[in-house]
Design a protein. Structure first.
Lengths: 435, 276
């Protein structure tokens, strides 16, 4: 009996063994993207410069990161002292008081941060997250295939031109497809791209009275164009493709054009990753009836949850990780082509960066042209280019994404998909009390 | 054709079919191990490459980026701890049900098993909040408790079946000698059912080792297990298949070796009572 008691006591103590974070210990939740992984490698530089602060990393895949940090911030779980969040979360969470406003000293040079990024991560004039790297979307295309087809690529092509180029570059017998676009369902997957495409066709997510506008002729036109384009000139199984799947295809020389995040430019132009790195060129995202909202805006950013007890140390880390000095540190160690981009004007002004990154000019132009507050042809009540910065959008975007993916796969018609999407969005908005 | 020849042909077909099924099951593991020795570019090449110059760079990178031993140690502690805790609860419970069964015993067992049919995500929020309340987030303790609870129904069922095989007369004889219930369990039932308890424990350890959902959702930097480490290598932007395969290979390796060593007991545990 004594043995049993001892075992039970031991188990109880073992089970109850807590591991409260000690003072000066920062836990950072992040996503497994290249720039974030590099940041982890440079942690020792920060720790040496700030004795007494140690940094623990929790790396999660994007979906899990979103659900984990959302749970933590809403329940004030206190598991993380710094969270990697996007442009969608920052203003919404800031407004609800879930994040601490960031205030930087003069040395940080906050005015150097690109205005589009600053605005997208702010609410009521307060910056709630500092951009670590930012992106827009643009066209990446095979110049060799386009030349062989006797065509050129204007800097601001129309969707009609893209369709012609896709037709000319497609060579299905040799496994080359004129265009590769996202089709995998998700508000951050196919809907990120489709929203920008719809914007350029004159569509928008919501009317001024917050009623969904997915039943508009503009949406119908855009989605029909998208489905026809991928059905005729896209790779098989496009409804399951997102960033990584298409990156693999284009790097293997299977895609003529790809319209996606500007961050992809550094991958497709890297000879160690891409078989076609020397023949890739860049242009601005295509437009149909307007250029407004035709390219998205996103930033992976660092924010401090309101519940943390290490706010001062967290602020120090963010100040370091998003500074000009950090970018120079990466450049010194890995070269200018490997620095996190899309955040600071000084990076694009640097001649070394301009020389190392063939995509620099196109990327900056895309980022500067994206305006989250004015992203639709007709007036709309929301902020955001490829999303509407309201809490309900995540559910709506995902539901609509599933319908679009089904339409692309040929399971339902575009009209059926849009009708179901309109109903889903309407239900969600009514439930939330918008009208 | 004689009956013996027909029987031989049938046996051969059965053997070939078994090999095909085994190969189908093994192929993803084979491909994972193969991919772990490729570069990212080779991992995504179309058509897939079967022959290539192998590289260890993915394993080196994992070593550089992560603390594999910490995650492996967490897996060992939580798997063994969860199994131990579950056995402490399940052995007396299975004893009670096997030797003092009543009208509702089977219904109770079925009710316990039915908890396995509930999707884990359905109870994520209450368990997360409880863990937070008791200060157990990101501790091995919370995983030990969860793993014990999620495996308890299966452990109960298997032990119940094992215990029922023990003749009641042995227990009656011991009671005549004045043995207490505790001694009856520890000195009679457990030694007699030791093989069954061991194989049940092995099965539970394997199930705990592979559990990902709770580990990913309840841990952060301290108590993550190997499945959490594997999940951290998935990337929304950038190629990761070769690295993911390498870390998956490292996560699977210990439990595959463990399972191989305990193969006989595991099969015995899984097939117990199947041919009655």
């Amino acid at each position: 009996m004594t043995n049993l008691r001892t075992t039970a006591l031991g188990l109880t103590l073992g089970v109850a063994g807590l591991s409260a974070a000690s003072a000066g210990e920062l836990t950072i939740a992040t996503v497994n993207n290249g720039h974030m992984i590099e940041m982890q490698k440079f942690t020792s530089v920060f720790e040496e410069a700030n004795p007494g602060i140690t940094v623990n990393w929790v790396t999660l895949d994007e979906g899990t990161l979103r659900s984990r940090v959302t749970t933590d911030v809403t329940t004030k779980g206190g598991q993380f002292d710094i969270m990697t969040i996007g442009m969608y979360e920052a203003p919404i969470w800031g407004e609800r008081g879930w994040l601490q406003a960031l205030e930087f000293g003069e040395d940080y040079d906050v005015d150097d941060v690109l205005p589009a990024m600053r605005n997208g991560l702010s609410h009521d004039g307060n910056l709630y997250a500092a951009p670590f790297y930012g992106e827009s979307s643009m066209i990446m295309y095979r110049k060799d295939l386009l030349d062989a087809a006797g065509m050129d690529m204007p800097d601001n092509p129309s969707w009609g031109h893209i369709q012609d180029a896709a037709a000319a570059m497609t060579d299905k017998d040799n496994g080359v497809y004129g265009i590769c676009l996202r089709g995998k369902p998700g508000w951050g997957d196919n809907m990120a791209f489709l929203s920008t495409m719809a914007n350029s066709f004159g569509a928008q997510w919501f009317n001024e009275d917050w009623t969904p506008a997915l039943d508009s002729p503009a949406w119908n036109h855009a989605v029909n164009f998208y489905v026809d384009l991928l059905t005729n000139y896209g790779p098989p199984g496009s409804s399951g493709n997102s960033f990584n799947e298409i990156l693999a295809l284009i790097n293997a020389g299977k895609c003529g054009m790809w319209i996606d995040a500007t961050i992809a430019a550094s991958f497709v132009s890297d000879p160690s990753q891409s078989e076609v790195s020397d023949v890739i060129a860049f242009a601005q995202a295509p437009q149909a009836v307007t250029t407004r909202g035709s390219n998205w805006l996103w930033a992976w950013s660092l924010a401090i949850p309101a519940g943390t007890k290490q706010a001062d140390d967290a602020q120090k880390f963010i100040e370091w990780a998003t500074s000009k000095e950090y970018i120079e540190l990466v450049a010194e160690t890995n070269g200018w082509s490997a620095v996190p981009t899309g955040t600071r004007q000084s990076t694009y002004d640097n001649p070394n960066f301009q020389e190392a990154a063939v995509f620099a000019e196109a990327e900056l132009k895309a980022i500067l042209s994206a305006d989250p507050e004015n992203s639709t042809l007709n007036p709309s009540p929301y902020v955001g280019v490829q999303f509407a910065a309201i809490p309900e959008f995540q559910a709506i975007g995902t539901a609509v994404g599933q319908q679009m993916s089904a339409a692309l796969a040929g399971d339902i018609s575009v009209e059926e998909a849009l009708e179901a999407s309109q109903k889903a969005a309407d239900r969600e908005m009514k439930k939330a009390g918008y009208y | 054709m004689t009956d013996k020849q027909i029987s031989d042909i049938k046996n051969r077909i059965a053997v070939i079919a078994a090999w095909i099924v085994a190969c189908l099951f093994f192929f993803p593991i084979f491909w994972m191990v193969l991919t772990s020795f490729k570069t990212e570019l080779q991992a995504i090449s179309v058509p897939p490459k079967l022959f290539f110059k192998p590289t260890l760079e993915n394993f080196a990178l994992i070593q550089e980026r992560t603390d594999y031993t910490k995650f492996a140690w967490n897996s060992i502690v939580t798997s063994v701890g969860g199994t131990g805790l579950a056995l402490i609860i399940a052995i007396p419970a299975a004893y009670a049900m096997a030797f003092n069964s009543g009208r509702w015993t089977k219904d109770i067992l079925m009710w316990m098993l039915s908890t396995k049919m509930l999707p884990a995500v359905g109870v994520l929020m209450p368990i997360y909040l409880l863990s937070q309340k008791f200060g157990l987030l990101d501790t091995k303790g919370v995983l030990v408790i969860i793993y014990a609870l999620i495996n308890l129904p299966i452990i109960m069922l298997i032990l119940f079946n094992y215990f029922r095989e023990i003749p009641k007369e042995i227990l009656e004889a011991s009671r005549m000698d004045g043995t207490s219930t505790f001694n009856e369990i520890t000195q009679i039932v457990m030694p007699l059912a030791w093989g069954g308890i061991a194989s049940t424990a092995l099965l539970s350890i394997v199930l705990c080792w592979n559990e990902a959902f709770w580990s990913i959702n309840l841990t952060a930097s301290d108590a993550g297990t190997l499945p959490a480490l594997v999940a951290s290598f998935s990337s929304p932007e950038g190629l990761f298949w070769a690295k993911l395969s390498a870390v998956s290979t490292l996560a699977c390796a210990p439990i595959v070796v463990f399972g191989w060593l305990c193969q006989k007991q595991l099969v015995q545990g899984l097939t117990f009572g199947a041919v009655k």
